[in-house]
Design a protein around this ligand. Sequence first.
Ligand code: AMP
Ligand code: ZN
Length: 467
Amino acid sequence: MEPIRPSKGNTVGMYCCGPTVYDRAHIGNFRTFLSQDVMRRTLQVAGLKVVHVRNVTDVDDKTIARSIEENRPLKEVTEFWTKEFHKDCERFNMLPPHIEPKATDHIEEQIEMIQTLLEKDHAYTSDDGSVYFRVSSFDEYGKLSRIKDRELKTNSADASPIDSDEYDRDSMADFVMWKSRKETDGDVYWDSPWGEGRPGWHLECSAMAMKYLGEHLDIHSGGEDLIFPHHENEIAQSECSCSQQFFKYWIHGAHLLVDGGKMAKSLKNFYTIDDIEAKGFPPVVLRYALTSGYYRQSLNFTFESLNAANSALQRLRKFSDELLTKVGTNRASLLKAIGKNAHTEDPWSLFEESWDELRNDLNISGALGKLFSAIKGVKPLEMSAFEDSQAAIAFHKLIYALGYDLDQVEIEKPKSEAPEEIKTLANQRWEAKQSRDWEQADQIRNELQAKGWKILDSKEGYELEKI
Ligand code: AMP
Ligand code: ZN
């Protein structure tokens, strides 16, 4: 894996394609946003300064369609869903981006970019006032997605799935940068040298990334569905307008699946953070489950994975609590100091291998594996004064990078010990059950119930729970 080397000193410019704000973001979207959050945190813990830009797509076919459907102004719809998105991000303990530009606030920059591309003959206008990028003018088109020329010419659906209303292109592969005003857009349009209209989605990200991060940038990231055509088209527009490489590192996350298929709003097979919380799992558990697999591999979402995540987090929380009690500090202030890079020394010792896994292309599952091995059998109370403070810093550096809000983890109450009389009855019931004497088994169950104890059966045996 190629190491990340920032193009400007110690600062990494990181652009993430943000949400399209016409509906609630689902946990698949959050798989991608959470990996980006871990990426940013890990770069920060590694000692780099990160400038994180994540845009808001607040004008496109979907946002306009929703505003028309609901008969509400576009701005009202997009502001509502942007706020909902921010609330969810906070619950997931995601760091807010340093800059969060909206597409509608950058129409001027987008028009300027089109003008440059027209001057350089990479673009052309159509009779209806739309402007297209001429794919054949850029030899390197396809270098990111490795899409072949033949596919571009024949597969018009893939070439630009959202531009279906365009019939005026010189070539099927050409994509729209400025869409002339259509009746279906309602009152959403801006003036431009080519008449009224609105920008194309790909152009929005090119213009905003370059405005805030400069012409040659470090990391550009999104879900794997954005590789083509979105990112391929961004590269074409940006590299042709400024004649140099756009981004050095393209990082794409694989999709979250449900029952082996893609989780998507259009398929109505998606969950939100609320759906999961309603089942009793706080956002930190969902964060753990969504990020613990390798981000370049697709992940099948299951409720069992939430139970496993919950148990794992209990162990981390317990270890953190013990360590902090021993050191005599609190979690919030230690994490705050780590966030400010206050601990520049290299205290990894016990957690070196875990950190190595994490910084190796965010191998989170590897990092967690090493982390659990490192804490196994370790008793903070028995550590020396030096060891404990080193361990506290290193352990919480990892927790910071992974972004777990351990205060959200609900520590399970220890089970109450049943008195002998109850244990004997439960045992008799178990034996009755084994010998298929259902009547006797039920009778004892009722007796236990009346005495205030519930029996929870499993394949391996049973447990007693106080009612
Ligand atoms: P959108 O709001 O549709 O623009 O998508 C926001 C982000 O979520 C983009 O980076 C998408 O690539 C990503 N995304 C969409 N669906 C999924 C999914 N099922 N799993 C992971 N990421 C996804
Ligand atoms: Zn984008």
